[in-house]
Design a binder for this molecule. Structure first.
Ligand SMILES: Cc1ncc(COP(=O)(O)O)c(C=O)c1O
Length: 491
C-alpha cells in the first residue's frame, strides 16, 4: 500500500504484478464474505467448486472485446443471443410457445433493464407530453430512478400490509390515459412475494398499456422451483398481456456481476429501446442499451456459467435453496419474538419483531457480530422495519448453524435493550426538512454516528434507528450525504 500513498492509484513507478494483487487481496480482506453462505444480500453464491475459476477464465477471454459494434465482434453477439434465448425459453417464450417472437438485449444489470423497459414504453408514446408509469409500492427503487432519469411520473399503488401485494382494482384505477407502463414484480425484493401478475397484466392489456414483469430477482429461480413442485403462480410470457420481462443473470443464474436480460414479447415492442445517432462526423452510434462501449467480460462469464451449470445444475441449486429457505424460516418461527413478514414463496426470508423489547436493528448487529450478515429494512408506510435474507444455494450447508446463532443473537439483543438515541436527535429526524440539511449538519451527524471517516462501524443500530425515525425524503438526503462523505479522493 505504501507506494500509492502519494498518488492514489497511480504510483510514480509501476509495481510488480504480485505486489499489486497482494494489495487488492489485502483490501478485500475488509469486505463482507462473498462466499460461504453467511451474507444474505448483495451476493449470489451457488457454492459450486470450480465455477469461479471458469467464469474468471471466460471473463478474461472477452474482457477487451467491445459490445459497441456486434459486427466487429461476432463472438459477443453469438453469446448475447444465446443468453437471450435461454432466458426467453425459461420464461415462457420462444418457438412452440404463445410468445414465439420474443427478442431481448443483454444489459449491465437489473436497474439498466428496468430503465430501458421504461424508456421503450415512454418512447412508444411520443404523443404524450407527460407519460406516467404505475408501480406497486413494493416495486424495486430502480423504477423510481427510471422515472426520475426519464422524466416520467410515478404512480405508486400501495401494498396490503398483510399480503404485501398491490390490489388489482387499485392498480386498474391508477391507470390513466397518459400511462405507458404497468409493473408487477416476480417476486418483490423486500419480501419475496410474487404479485398477481395475470390480473395486473389483464388490467393493463384492457387499457392498451404495456405490462413489465420485474423478474430481475427471481426470474432465474422461480421456474426451477416450479419444476420442483412449488406452487409458483403464472408470471411469465405464458400470461397474456405481459409485454416485457427482466431477469438478472448476476443474481440466481450465479454469473459474476454485470449481466441482466431484458426481454420483449416482440421486436416492435423493443424498437423504441434503441438509440441511434448519425448526425455527427464519427461512426453512427446504435445502442440497444445505455452503455455504448461494453466489455465482453461479463457476457462471456455468464455464458460460461450457464453452459457449465446446465438445467440439471440449476435444478439442483434450486432444491438446495428451497431447503435452505425452509430451514431459515423454521429458525425464525422458533425464535422468541420474531415473525415472518410473509410465508416464503421464493428465495427470500423476511422477518420482523412483534416485541418492543427486541430491537431489530440491535439484532442485526448481534448477528453481524456472530458472522451472519443480514439486511435491515426500515419501516415504510404501514409496514414495520424488517430483516431481509436473500437465500442462495451456498446457504444450505450452513442452515443448521443459523438457528442457534439467531436464538443467541435474539437473547443478546434483548439483554442489550433497544437503541436509545438522544431525544433531540430523534425529534430532529422527525422534523427536519431535507432542504434544511446543510453539508455541515450532515458532517456533524455523521461524526456523531461514527460514519464518514474510516471503515463503516460494525454496529449500525443507532444509524438505522435515526434513519427509521426520518421520513423517506430525509432518509434519502441523509444517506446520500453520508455516502458522499465516503466518496472522497484517496490522495
Ligand atoms: C426485483 C429487483 N429488480 C431490480 C433490481 C436491481 O438490480 P441491480 O442491482 O442489478 O441493478 C433488483 C436488485 O436487487 C431486484 O431485486
Amino acid at each position: 500500500m505504501t507506494d500509492t500513498a502519494g498518488g492514489g492509484a497511480l504510483p510514480a513507478r509501476g509495481m510488480p504484478a504480485a505486489d499489486v494483487l497482494d494489495e487488492i487481496r489485502a483490501l478485500r480482506a475488509g469486505d463482507r464474505p462473498t462466499h460461504g453462505g453467511r451474507l444474505f444480500a448483495y451476493v449470489y453464491d451457488p457454492g459450486v467448486a470450480g465455477l469461479d475459476e471458469l467464469a474468471q477464465a471466460a471473463y478474461a477471454e472477452s474482457a477487451h472485446v467491445n459490445g459497441l459494434d456486434p459486427t466487429a465482434f461476432p463472438s459477443l453477439l453469438a453469446m448475447e443471443n444465446a443468453l437471450v434465448a435461454a432466458a426467453a425459453r425459461l420464461l415462457g417464450g420462444g418457438p412452440g410457445t404463445d410468445a414465439p417472437d420474443v427478442v431481448g438485449s443483454v444489459t449491465g444489470g437489473g436497474t439498466e433493464s428496468l430503465l430501458l423497459a421504461v424508456k421503450a414504453a415512454r418512447d412508444a408514446r411520443p404523443d404524450l407530453a407527460e407519460p406516467r408509469i404505475v408501480v406497486p409500492a413494493s416495486a424495486h427503487a430502480a423504477f423510481a430512478k427510471a422515472a426520475h432519469y426519464l422524466r416520467v411520473a410515478l404512480d405508486t399503488v400501495p401494498v396490503d400490509p398483510v399480503t404485501l401485494r398491490p390490489d388489482v382494482a387499485a392498480t386498474a384505477a391508477a391507470i390513466r390515459p397518459e400511462t405507458v407502463l404497468v409493473v408487477a414484480s416476480a417476486p418483490s425484493y423486500a419480501h419475496g412475494v410474487v404479485d398477481p401478475v395475470a390480473e395486473i397484466a389483464a388490467v393493463a392489456a384492457a387499457a392498451g398499456v404495456r405490462c413489465h414483469v420485474d423478474a430481475c430477482f427471481g426470474g432465474w429461480a422461480l421456474p426451477w422451483l416450479r419444476r420442483l413442485g412449488a406452487p409458483v403462480p403464472p408470471f411469465d410470457f405464458a400470461v397474456p398481456g405481459v409485454t416485457s420481462i427482466s431477469v438478472d443473470l448476476h443474481k440466481y443464474a450465479y454469473a459474476p456481476k454485470g449481466v441482466s436480460v431484458l426481454l420483449h414479447r416482440d421486436a416492435a415492442l423493443r424498437a423504441p429501446q434503441y438509440f441511434a445517432y448519425a448526425d455527427w462526423p464519427g461512426y453512427t452510434m446504435v445502442n440497444p442499451v445505455i452503455a455504448s462501449t461494453r466489455s465482453g467480460g461479463p457476457i462471456a462469464a455468464a455464458y460460461a456459467t450457464l453452459r457449465h451449470l446446465g438445467e440439471d445444475g440449476y435444478l439442483r441449486l434450486a432444491a438446495a435453496t428451497r431447503d435452505a429457505v425452509a430451514g431459515l424460516a423454521d429458525a425464525v418461527r422458533a425464535a422468541d419474538g420474531l415473525r415472518l413478514m410473509a410465508e416464503p414463496e421464493s428465495t427470500v426470508v423476511c422477518f420482523t419483531a412483534d416485541d418492543p423489547t427486541l430491537d431489530l436493528f440491535v439484532l442485526v448487529d448481534e448477528l453481524t457480530a456472530r458472522g451472519w450478515h443480514t439486511q435491515p429494512q426500515l419501516r415504510y408506510a404501514d409496514l414495520p422495519a424488517s430483516v431481509h435474507l436473500t437465500v442462495t444455494a451456498a446457504v444450505a450447508p450452513r442452515v443448521a448453524e443459523f438457528g442457534p446463532a439467531l436464538a443467541d443473537a435474539v437473547a443478546a439483543a434483548r439483554a442489550a435493550g433497544p437503541v436509545v438515541l438522544p431525544p433531540e436527535l430523534l425529534a430532529m429526524a422527525g422534523s427536519l426538512t431535507p432542504e434544511a440539511l446543510t453539508p455541515e449538519l450532515i458532517g456533524g451527524l455523521a461524526a456523531g454516528l461514527g460514519l464518514g471517516t474510516g471503515p463503516t462501524p460494525d454496529r449500525m443500530a443507532a444509524v438505522n434507528t435515526l434513519l427509521d425515525a426520518a421520513p423517506a425524503r430525509l432518509r434519502e438526503r441523509l444517506l446520500a450525504g453520508f455516502v458522499g462523505l465516503l466518496q472522497r479522493p484517496a490522495w
